[in-house]
Write a protein that binds this ligand. Structure first.
Ligand SMILES: CC(C)(COP(=O)(O)OP(=O)(O)OC[C@H]1O[C@@H](n2cnc3c(N)ncnc32)[C@H](O)[C@@H]1OP(=O)(O)O)[C@@H](O)C(=O)NCCC(=O)NCCS
Length: 174
């Protein structure tokens, strides 16, 4: 039985270990995602941090952070999704999907208009993310993995926009 809940302060060690393990075992290899979670928190930018727990063990984690985004010059309320991780050995059992759904529910209820992410479109398209939705938004991450989803039906895609991740993302790469 998997329970999804907000991260608690005493979860942090297990969350960082899980994120490290999941990315180290992935095709891309470890590129500082665990440190990124900590840096987002230090900056008070970890505004949604949820875990999946099974028998008292943390088996999944997802993070959302605010972005600075504009659509045709007007500010929009946008979030960056990631990192998201499921424990190796517990993957392909719906943990990642459940965490993404929980993040979307929260973001929609809180009135966020868009979510951006960098990831494999083969995975994220199932949740409604598309390269086309992100394409008008300039970003250092623009390219085949740069995707977005519109949560606000009244928002239309701009001719031109810009979307910048929370500062911790740039620091985690340096
Ligand atoms: C990506 C991740 C969070 C998905 O979690 P999960 O619990 O395994 O995912 P789910 O069980 O909800 O979904 C499984 C499906 O996603 C697919 N999938 C998982 N990772 C994928 C990837 N990187 N690219 C394409 N498809 C992927 C699986 O093939 C499976 O597809 P199927 O349902 O058609 O069989 C997990 O695999 C993970 O932690 N990976 C390492 C870290 C990582 O790469 N995070 C994402 C960075 S963008």
């Amino acid at each position: 039985m998997i329970e999804l809940r907000a991260e608690r302060p005493d979860d942090r060690g297990a969350v960082l270990a899980l994120v490290h393990q999941a990315f180290s075992a992935s095709e891309r290899g470890h590129t500082g995602e665990a440190e990124l979670v900590d840096m987002l928190d230090e900056d008070c930018d970890l505004i949604f941090s949820h875990v999946a727990e099974s028998d008292g063990k943390i088996v999944g984690h997802i993070a959302l952070s605010p972005m600075r985004a504009k659509a045709d010059g007007a500010p929009i309320r946008a979030l960056g999704l990631g990192p998201v991780a499921a424990l190796p050995g517990r993957q392909r059992r719906g943990i990642g999907s459940a965490l993404v759904a929980a993040a979307h529910d929260w973001a929609a209820k809180e009135g966020w208009q868009m979510i951006f992410l960098l990831g494999d479109p083969r995975y994220y398209s199932r949740f409604g993310y598309s390269v086309d939705a992100a394409q008008p938004f300039a970003s250092p991450y623009a390219g085949p993995y740069w995707q977005a989803i519109l949560l606000d039906d009244s928002l239309t895609l701009p001719k031109a926009g810009k979307a910048d991740y929370a500062p911790a993302f740039a620091r985690s790469e340096s």
